[in-house]
Design a protein around this ligand. Structure first.
Ligand SMILES: NC(=O)c1ccc[n+]([C@@H]2O[C@H](COP(=O)([O-])OP(=O)(O)OC[C@H]3O[C@@H](n4cnc5c(N)ncnc54)[C@H](O)[C@@H]3O)[C@@H](O)[C@H]2O)c1
Ligand SMILES: [Zn+2]
Length: 366
């Protein structure tokens, strides 16, 4: 039984979510019609933790598996690493029925998916996401990419995996800060689509932060369900998929301003969500209680809401450099209330700058 299915016609696939299900992974891969050659791509951290065990399980089922580990982190998500992976795939003799498995966080998922999409014009691809961000976001929906020196994710494709296999147990070894970054995206799902889920998160914050596996499984399942629901309506991001960018417009500007070093993605998105809520409130779309509730929830999950090192004018300029800006118009995802957003591309500069002034103030001024 699939926990979540992503219905995209002939590109449909299932997401399986379980706790300690590694023994199931081999069986599920067997169900997908591929030959016995697998290139498993990971980073050295995740590969060292889980690679051997998974290879063993797959070899017991008759697969020939090669594990290729890249250095952990965003710097591996580039065309040079992709080239090394193509060389590996050619050397191993992977054909169109062989499979590439991404074992790792979003960096590994995006990179491996890009290689799978382009090698021989596309070979089967399976996601085994190990970070919370990858489990709730990057492994679902088919966006694959590598970075260009001039911008993130500029070289990519829409390429859906054959299946996504999620084991909540992977999160036991995930560093705290990486857990929090994933939680920002989880909170985002509540904000854009499901008030009840948002309340559930608030009510279970202690268990979530303590990595209670049953609660984590539930929040991963609901997050995947919401992402699948959005992607099913707009696979290639021509309309509603844009709501997934809630908090990302300002978030991307903060990441760029701080050179991707001060805040990780989820932290920047958390600040960006607070900024978007402030803009929504200034435009009279949502009330102050909604803004405060979001702010307190982010803080409850150890996420930041201020980026004091950023400068308002520079952030404002960077907003227009985002690759999602079309005809010099920003598509703002704004809040009506918790669980309901709308897209608006006409926000006065003064209102944007007011929000940027608030989010760049010092943490210590309340
Ligand atoms: N394709 C999409 O739709 C999409 C959506 C959101 C983000 N992304 C991309 O995802 C990337 C960020 O993903 P991420 O936050 O997972 O980063 P990541 O892949 O760099 O993983 C974060 C860190 O956690 C470590 N890690 C992962 N799983 C672990 C585990 N179980 N135990 C111990 N350590 C573990 C990794 O080694 C790494 O150091 C970015 O490149 C972003 O562009 C893509
Ligand atoms: Zn994101």
């Amino acid at each position: 039984m699939a926990d979540v299915s992503v219905n995209l016609g002939e590109r449909s696939y299932n997401i399986y979510i379980d706790v300690a299900n590694k023994h199931m992974i081999g069986k599920l891969i067997q169900d997908i019609k591929v030959n016995n050659k697998i290139l498993m791509i990971s980073d050295t951290t995740v590969g060292d933790l889980y690679g051997l065990r998974l290879i063993q399980l797959l070899e017991e089922l008759g697969f020939i598996v090669e594990l290729y580990c890249v250095s952990p982190g965003e710097q591996s998500k580039n065309i040079n690493t992709a080239m090394q992976l193509y060389t590996k795939a050619i050397t191993l003799g992977l054909d169109r029925n062989s499979v590439i498995i991404a074992l790792g966080g979003g960096v590994i998922g995006d990179l491996s998916g890009f290689v799978a999409a382009t090698y021989l014009r596309g070979i089967p691809f399976i996601q085994i996401p190990t970070s919370l961000l990858a489990q709730v976001d990057s492994s679902v929906g088919g966006k694959v990419a590598v970075n260009h020196p001039m911008g993130k994710n500029l070289i990519g494709a829409f390429y859906q995996p054959r299946t996504v296999l999620i084991d909540i147990d992977f999160l036991n070894t995930l560093p705290e800060r990486e857990l929090h970054t994933g939680l920002a995206e989880v909170i985002k799902y509540g904000m854009i689509a499901d008030k009840k889920f948002f309340t559930y998160l608030r009510d279970h914050s202690q268990q979530i932060l303590a990595k209670d596996s049953c609660i984590l499984a539930e929040i991963v399942r609901r997050s995947c369900e919401i992402k699948a629901w959005v992607v099913e309506q707009d696979e290639c991001e021509s309309s509603i998929r844009a709501i997934l960018n809630f908090g990302h417009t300002i978030g991307h500007a903060i990441e760029a301003y701080t050179n991707f070093s001060t805040y990780n993605h989820g932290e920047a998105v958390a600040i960006g969500m607070y900024g978007a809520a402030l803009i929504s409130n200034s435009l009279g779309m949502c009330n102050q209680i909604t803004v405060n509730t979001l702010k307190h929830t982010l803080l409850q999950f150890n996420l930041p809401v201020y980026a004091p090192e950023c400068n308002v004018d520079d952030l404002f300029r960077l907003l227009y450099r985002d690759k999602k800006v079309l005809d010099n118009k920003i598509n703002w995802v704004l809040l009506n209330e918790i669980g309901e957003v709308n897209i608006c591309n006409q926000v006065p500069e003064t209102i944007i700058k007011l929000a940027l002034t608030e989010i760049t103030k010092s943490n210590y001024i309340s």
